[in-house]
Design a protein around this ligand. Structure first.
Ligand code: ZN
Length: 311
C-alpha cells in the first residue's frame, strides 16, 4: 500500500466530543484530560470553542481553560470560533490559533444563516483581519463536504466554491469535516485527489465521524491519496447537534492503534490514550465509550492476557 510514514493527529475530544455530551465538565476536569492527552504525545489539541455560552454551555469556560493551560512549547492548541466575537475572546485569553466553520450543505446554511456558504465565508473577512492584527493563526473548516442529510451527495463544485472563498479571504489551512458521517472511502479518495491538485497552495485536515463505521476506512483512503493530518477524539465521544443519531469522531485510541500496527509514526502512546479515555469515561458517568480498543484492548493487551497459556 502507498501509505505515509508519519501522520499528525489532532485530539478534538475536549471540543467536538464534550460539546455533545450531557455532562458538563469543570475546568479542573478538562485540564486533567488535557494533561493526559498532552502526555500521551498529541502535539495538536483542539481545546474548546468560543461560542455563545447559551448555545453550547459545555464550552462556556474555554477562556478559563486557555488561561489555565498557558503557553506551551511545541504544542499547537486551537479553538473553534463562529464569528468576530469569538475571535476577540480567543485573542483575549491567549489563544494562538482559531478555526472557522461553514456548512457545505446549502440548505443547512441557508436555513440557519439565510446565506449561501460562499457568502458566509466572505463574511469571515473581519475575523481574518482581527486574527492577523493580533498575530494569531486562522484556519477554516467545511462541514459536510461529502454528503448531508438534506441534499445527499454534495456536488464537488459547491465545495470548490467554498474553498475558493476561504482562499480569497486568506485562509489556506482547511479541514474537510464529515460531520454527518456519510462519507465513504472511494468518495474520500476522489475528493482528496481533487483538492490536492486543484489547490496546491492549501493544506488539509480530515475530520471523520464514525457514525456508520467508515471513519477508519475513510482515513485509509485519504492516506492513500497522501493526506497526513487527521482529527480524532478520546473514546470516540461526541456527535453532531444537527444530525440525529450521529456518533463522535473516530476514537483516538482506535486510530493510534491502527496507525501504530501499520508502521505509521504518530508519536502517540496508545496505552496513555486508553488511560485518559477511561478517566474521561468516569467523569462523564458513561458505561462505555465508542471505542473498540477501550472494549477489547489492543492486540498487545490481548496477547499479554493470554501469555500464561503458553507456559
Ligand atoms: Zn465533528
Amino acid at each position: 500500500m502507498n501509505l505515509p510514514s508519519a501522520v499528525t493527529l489532532c485530539e478534538v475530544g475536549l471540543r467536538d466530543g464534550l460539546q455533545n455530551e450531557r455532562t458538563i465538565l469543570t475546568v479542573d476536569q478538562k485540564f486533567e484530560i488535557f494533561e493526559g492527552i498532552r502526555d500521551a504525545g498529541f502535539t495538536v489539541i483542539e481545546v474548546g470553542s468560543f461560542t455563545h455560552p447559551k448555545a453550547i454551555p459545555q464550552m462556556a469556560d474555554t477562556d478559563e481553560l486557555y488561561r489555565r493551560i498557558g503557553d506551551l512549547e511545541g504544542i499547537e492548541l486551537r479553538a473553534l470560533v463562529p464569528n468576530l466575537r469569538g475571535v476577540t475572546r480567543a485573542i483575549d485569553c491567549g489563544c494562538k490559533k482559531v478555526k472557522l466553520n461553514v456548512s457545505a450543505s446549502r440548505m443547512h446554511n441557508l436555513k440557519n444563516l439565510n446565506r449561501t456558504p460562499e457568502e458566509t465565508v466572505a463574511g469571515f473577512k473581519d475575523c481574518v483581519e482581527a486574527a492577523e492584527n493580533a498575530g494569531i493563526e486562522i484556519s477554516g473548516s467545511i462541514s459536510m463536504p461529502f454528503a448531508s442529510p438534506w441534499e445527499g451527495l454534495i456536488p464537488v463544485s459547491d465545495v470548490d466554491r467554498i474553498i475558493e472563498a476561504y482562499l480569497t479571504v486568506g485562509i489556506t489551512e482547511i479541514s474537510l469535516s464529515d460531520a454527518s458521517g456519510m462519507a465513504y472511502p472511494s468518495q474520500v479518495y476522489d475528493m482528496c485527489e481533487h483538492v490536492k491538485k486543484a489547490y496546491p497552495e492549501a493544506s488539509w485536515w480530515l475530520h471523520f465521524h464514525n457514525t456508520r463505521g467508515m471513519a477508519l476506512a475513510n482515513i485509509l483512503a485519504a492516506m492513500e491519496s497522501g493526506m497526513t493530518r487527521f482529527d480524532s477524539s478520546l473514546g470516540g465521544i461526541g456527535g453532531c447537534p444537527y444530525v440525529p443519531g450521529a456518533a463522535g469522531n473516530i476514537s483516538s485510541e482506535d486510530l493510534v492503534h491502527f496507525l501504530t500496527l501499520s508502521g505509521i509514526e504518530t508519536g502517540i502512546d496508545v496505552q496513555k490514550v486508553k488511560t485518559t479515555a477511561e478517566s474521561l469515561r468516569i467523569m462523564l458517568g458513561r458505561e462505555s465509550l465508542d471505542s473498540y480498543v477501550q472494549k477489547a484492548g489492543t492486540n498487545e493487551d490481548l496477547m499479554e492476557a493470554h501469555k500464561d497459556d503458553l507456559a
